[in-house]
Write a protein that binds this ligand. Structure first.
Ligand code: FAD
Length: 615
C-alpha cells in the first residue's frame, strides 16, 4: 500500500527512503529516487540542490529548511571552502558519518568505506544535550519519529547510523558498505594517495584523495599514530538487549539512568543476596530494544559459572573459550529482571548480527587514547592530511556517555582542520591548531562546554570556552609532518658516502654491509637476507638484526611474518628509542608490492652496525 497520498511516484520513493529501517533499504530506495529524478549523486557539488529542485514535495519542505540552514552557515563558504579536496572516511559508525556530513558541507567530495553490510548494533547511547540539538537540526525527527521521546535521552547505535546515513546521502556523500579498508597506498607515477581495499576490484580502490579520516572505532588505529593506554582496575561490562514489543506494560517500566553502587547500596546488596549477581552499576534504556548495560564483579561471574576459570590476564579471563554463553545469558536476564522489579514481561533476547541472543561481555580495564589527532604525510610531492575521530581517537568510558558527545566534537574539530587545509594554510599550522584543540577533548563535559547549542559550528571557538587555538606551536608538531620526500633528501645530503663515492667503492661497501647483515641474521626462522630491499619487507630481518645485539628487546617467537606493519613499526621504534636512529621510512612503506627504498634500508642497517657497539 502507498505510504503517501500523492500521485507523484517520486514522493512515495522519498517517503520510502525517509522511513527505511535498514542500511540496505536506505541505499536502495535512495538509488531508486535518484534514478527516478535523474539526479546523479556523483555530481556531488550540485547534488543537493538538484535533488531538492526535482522533488517538489511539501512534506520534504521541513527537512530542506533544516538542511538549508546548516548549508548556508558562513563556515562552509557556500561549499567553496574545500571544493578541491577529496576525502576518504574509514567507517560508517556514528562518528565517521557525522564527519562525512561536515566534509560534504565544506564542498569536498567524500567517500565513506564501511566493512559491514548492515547496521545491526542494538546498543543504546546516552546523548548530551548538544548532540540532541545537533541531531534535531539535521532533521533526526523526520527520519525517526521516536527520536528522544523518552524520559532519558538516548538512541540505539543503528538508528543513529540510519539518520546520519540519510543526511549524508542527501548531501552527496558516497557510502560504500561491504568494503574493507586495508591500508594506504602511496602515490605512484602521477597518481595520488589511494586506499587498498577488499574486495580488490571495488570502485573505491581507484579513488584518489588528499584527506583521510579514520573513524574505524575502538581498536582501529592507522599507522603513524601512537596510542596511550590508561589501565584501571579490572572492569567487566555486560550488554544485553531484549525484544521491545511496545506493549502498555513495557511502556510503564521505569528506565534506569545509571545506578552507581555508591548511590544505591541497598539495591545492589539485595541483588547480590537474592540472586547472586554482584554489580558495580547498571543502566536500562528503553529504545528499539530494552537495553541493559552493567559492570559485573569477577567473583560473582565465576561463582555463577559465567566465567569458567580464573585468570589474572583479562584477555584470557574473557576469552570466548572461557565463557559459558548460556550462563552469561542467565546472568544478564536475572539482572535485567531484578532491576526492573520483574515488571518486564517475557524477557526475550533480541538477536545480534549473527542471529544469536544479543548479550556480550567486554573488558573495560584498558582505555586507549591517541597521542595525536592528526598528521600529514608527503610522498612524491603529494600531501595527505590524516585525522582520527570517534572511538579510534579517544575510547570512551561508556557509563559517562562520552562516546557520541566527544565523538561529534572531534568530528567538528576535524572538519575545521580540513577547512584550513582546503584554504591552503601551511601543514604545520593546520596540525598545530588541530592538536591545540585536541588537548581539550578528554576534559570536556556538558558543564564546561558552551551552552549556546544553536551557535555550535565546526569552528571550535563556538563550543569550547577559553580555547587557545595556538597553545601548541607549529615547531612542536614537526614530527607529525612526515615528509618522506624531505627526509630522503636530508639523508642523501647527510650521507653522501652512500651515493657520491666512486661506484666501485660504493659497491664494495654495499657488499660488506649485506654480508654483515647476513652474518648477524643467520639462523633466524623466516629470515633470509639476499638483498637490501625485498628481504626486509616482512620486518623480521630488521627485528632479527636488533635481536642479535639486544635479545631482551624483542621476543622473536611472538612475531607474525604477515603482520608487516606491526613488525616494522616495532623495529623502527626500537631503532629510534634504543639506538637513536631516527626513522626515515614508515612501516606502511613496506606494505603492498611497491618497491622498497634500498637507500633507506642501507641507512637503517648501516646506522645500526655503527651504533650497536656504542650501546
Ligand atoms: P564505531 O561505532 O565503532 O564505528 C566504526 C565503524 O568502522 C564500524 O561500523 C566498523 O565496522 C567500521 N570499520 C572498522 N574497521 C574498518 C575497516 N578496516 N574498513 C572499513 N570499515 C571499518 N557511547 C555513548 O555516547 N553513550 C553510551 O551510553 C555508550 N555506551 C556504550 C556501551 C558499550 C558496551 C560500548 C562498547 C560502547 C558504548 N558507547 C557509548 C560508545 C559508542 O558505542 C561509541 O562511542 C560509538 O559507537 C563510536 O562511534 P565511532 O563511529 O567512533 O565507532
Amino acid at each position: 500500500s502507498s505510504i503517501t497520498d500523492s500521485a507523484d511516484p517520486s514522493h512515495a520513493l522519498f517517503e520510502h527512503f525517509v522511513q527505511a529501517q535498514t542500511c540496505k533499504e536506505t541505499q536502495q530506495s535512495f538509488a531508486e529516487l535518484c534514478r527516478h529524478l535523474q539526479v546523479e549523486p556523483r555530481d556531488y557539488k550540485h547534488f543537493y540542490s538538484k535533488l531538492k529542485e526535482g522533488l517538489n514535495y511539501w512534506k520534504a519542505k521541513d527537512l530542506w529548511q533544516k538542511i538549508d540552514k546548516r548549508v548556508s552557515h558562513a563556515d562552509y563558504e557556500q561549499g567553496e571552502a574545500c571544493h578541491e579536496n577529496k576525502c576518504l572516511v574509514l567507517g560508517a559508525g556514528p562518528c565517521g558519518l557525522r564527519t562525512a556530513i561536515e566534509l560534504a558541507l565544506l564542498g569536498s567530495r567524500v567517500v565513506v568505506l564501511e566493512k559491514r553490510g548492515s547496521f545491526t548494533r542494538n546498543n543504546v547511547l546516552h546523548l548530551w544535550p548538544y548532540t540532541i540539538k545537533d541531531l534535531h537540526n539535521l532533521g533526526a525527527k523526520k527520519f525517526y519519529g521516536r527520536f528522544c521521546c523518552g524520559s532519558i535521552h538516548h538512541i540505539s547505535i543503528r538508528q543513529l547510523q540510519l539518520i546520519l546515513l540519510k543526511v549524508a546521502l542527501i548531501l552527496g556523500v558516497e557510502v560504500h558498505t561491504g568494503v574493507t579498508y586495508e591500508g594506504l597506498l602511496e602515490p605512484t607515477g602521477s597518481a595520488g594517495w589511494k586506499a587498498k581495499v577488499s574486495p580488490k576490484t571495488h570502485a573505491a580502490a581507484a579513488f584518489q584523495f588528499d584527506v583521510f579520516i579514520s573513524a574505524g572505532g575502538g581498536r582501529f588505529v592507522p599507522d603513524g599514530f601512537k596510542i596511550k593506554e590508561l589501565r584501571g582496575k579490572l572492569a567487566i561490562g555486560i550488554t544485553a538487549n531484549f525484544v521491545n514489543r511496545r506493549t502498555k506494560e513495557e511502556a510503564q517500566v521505569q528506565e534506569i539512568s545509571g545506578v552507581a553502587r555508591i548511590y544505591n547500596q541497598q539495591f545492589f546488596r539485595a541483588l547480590q543476596s537474592e540472586i547472586g549477581v554482584d554489580l558495580e552499576n547498571i543502566v536500562y534504556y528503553k529504545d528499539d530494544t530494552h537495553y541493559f548495560v552493567m559492570t559485573a564483579k569477577k567473583a560473582s561471574l565465576l561463582k555463577k559459572g559465567v566465567i569458567k576459570q580464573d585468570f589474572s590476564d583479562a584477555d584470557q579471563l574473557l576469552a570466548h573459550s572461557n565463557v559459558n554463553q548460556e550462563a552469561l545469558e542467565g546472568y544478564a536476564l536475572e539482572a535485567a529482571d531484578f532491576s526492573t522489579e520483574h515488571m518486564l514481561p517475557d524477557l526475550e533476547f533480541a538477536k545480534n548480527h549473527a542471529g544469536q541472543a544479543d548479550v556480550a561481555m567486554f573488558d573495560f580495564t584498558c582505555m586507549h587514547r591517541a597521542e595525536n589527532a592528526s598528521l600529514v604525510k608527503e610522498k612524491r610531492g603529494k600531501r595527505l592530511l590524516v585525522g582520527l575521530v570517534g572511538d579510534s581517537l579517544v575510547e570512551p568510558f561508556w557509563p559517562l556517555g562520552t562516546g557520541i558527545a566527544r565523538g561529534f566534537l572531534a568530528a567538528f574539530d576535524t572538519a575545521w582542520m580540513v577547512r584550513s587545509w582546503g584554504k591552503g594554510v601551511p601543514p604545520l599550522e593546520v596540525l598545530a591548531e588541530r592538536e591545540s584543540v585536541y588537548q581539550l577533548l578528554s576534559q570536556t563535559t556538558p558543564e564546561n562546554t558552551s551552552k549556546n547549542y544553536n551557535g555550535y559550528s565546526i569552528n571550535p571557538t563556538t563550543r569550547y570556552p577559553n580555547l587557545n587555538l595556538s597553545s601548541i606551536k607549529p615547531r612542536q608538531v614537526k614530527h607529525l609532518f612526515c615528509s618522506q620526500d624531505e627526509e630522503i633528501k636530508a639523508v642523501k645530503a647527510k650521507k653522501p658516502e652512500l651515493k657520491a663515492k666512486p661506484r666501485k667503492d660504493s659497491i664494495r661497501r654495499l657488499e660488506e654491509l649485506l654480508s654483515w647483515c647476513q652474518k648477524h641474521t643467520a639462523g633466524y626462522k623466516r629470515v633470509k637476507v639476499r638483498d637490501m630491499s625485498e628481504s626486509w619487507r616482512s620486518g623480521l630481518a630488521l627485528c632479527a638484526l636488533i635481536h642479535t645485539f639486544r635479545p631482551e628487546l624483542i621476543n622473536m617467537s611472538l612475531l607474525d611474518e604477515f603482520n608487516i606493519i606491526k613488525n616494522n613499526k616495532l623495529a623502527f621504534e626500537i631503532l629510534e628509542r634504543e639506538f637513536g636512529i631516527a626513522p626515515i621510512m614508515h612501516p606502511s612503506d613496506l606494505m603492498g608490492c611497491g618497491k622498497i627504498d634500498q637507500l633507506a634500508m642501507q641507512y637503517n642497517t648501516l646506522s645500526l652496525s655503527r651504533r650497536r657497539s656504542a650501546v
